[in-house]
Design a protein around this ligand. Sequence first.
Ligand SMILES: C[S@@+](CC[C@H](N)C(=O)[O-])C[C@H]1O[C@@H](n2cnc3c(N)ncnc32)[C@H](O)[C@@H]1O
Length: 357
Amino acid sequence: MAARLLGIRAVAYEPHPFFATISEAKANSSRYWASLPSIHAAIGRGILRRNRDTFTLSQSAEVFLAKMFRPEDLAALLSARRELEENGLGENPLAILVLSRILDHCCFAATDGIYKAPTSTKRALSPQEATSKVLATLLEDEREALAGPHGCEIHEKSSELMTELEDSSVDVVVTSPPYLNNFDFAEMTRMYLYFWGLAGSWGEITDRVRSLLVVNTTTALKGHKERQADYRSSLPLEVRVAADKAVAELSSRKAEKAGKKDYDLLVYPYLSQMQAVLRECVRTLKPGAPFHMMVSDAALYGVHLPAPQWLAFIMQHIGFVDVHCEIVRPRGHRWVLEKREGSALGLGEYYVFGRAC
Ligand SMILES: C[S@@+](CC[C@H](N)C(=O)[O-])C[C@H]1O[C@@H](n2cnc3c(N)ncnc32)[C@H](O)[C@@H]1O
């Protein structure tokens, strides 16, 4: 979106199906704007009809969503989804964005990124109130939504392999990849994945979403536990030595902790997959072109994981020049996950810069 507003053609990679759809709706909104009145009308009709029998949810979805919505509201929202489908709007990214935003307002589970059901609650709007609010916001944003050269290419896939892009063809890369802090982007979107039928159980969320993302959570380790040695051997020696020390420490703390979290198994896959992404970035950037990344360090079981510095080292190793890394938001700021156990070193978000040579 920022690129469009600046008049720059952009290409983006996002393997999470829900995020990719929302990105398409926002980055290329002019493609879908003309259908806004039909989207509004279909959602309105669905909410009035409120016939929930038209949809069968999986049992997990049913149980999870029942903790977040009043039964009559969930019936109305599902009926709105059905109405969109019956009017050929079921796959329209703007329709999915609008109804998802309505869900946010109707949901009474509070959120800090992840919807926390059912322990903390917030005020929920009725589906009618939520629809009016979302439509008003969209219309307020209309000028911005329609400004600039539409035509951002959003690829619903991992940036580990950007085959659509030629060597030395890109002027600038901007990225904020997942952090090595066990924040689960699949879990964060569970409400939407269930509501839209993108997954019907925890196992399906893993297979259809988590498995596509850079490994940064212990919930995403399916299929990766066995490949630790390959990931490890792909890393430059200096990073491998530092990572070995952190992994050994994590594994010994795991033995003492009741939760027995496999944090030790996250480090090699994360660094190796990020190395693949960085290789693709240096390949596709024009000589001298800049690369900008926001990324965070972490402390899992109290072991400090200096991911930004490790990634900066990998960048130098694979051919970036002028690499530097600086802290942007130190510990204590709201961006730091305070729930994590600390370490002697300050945690925070880092800016990592480099140039293709
Ligand atoms: C830290 S978030 C960044 C969010 C965004 N920068 C922002 O500030 O709102 C990381 C994003 O990377 C995406 N992602 C995970 N694995 C990826 C991969 N292999 N290729 C491209 N994107 C990926 C996640 O789905 C998520 O949207």
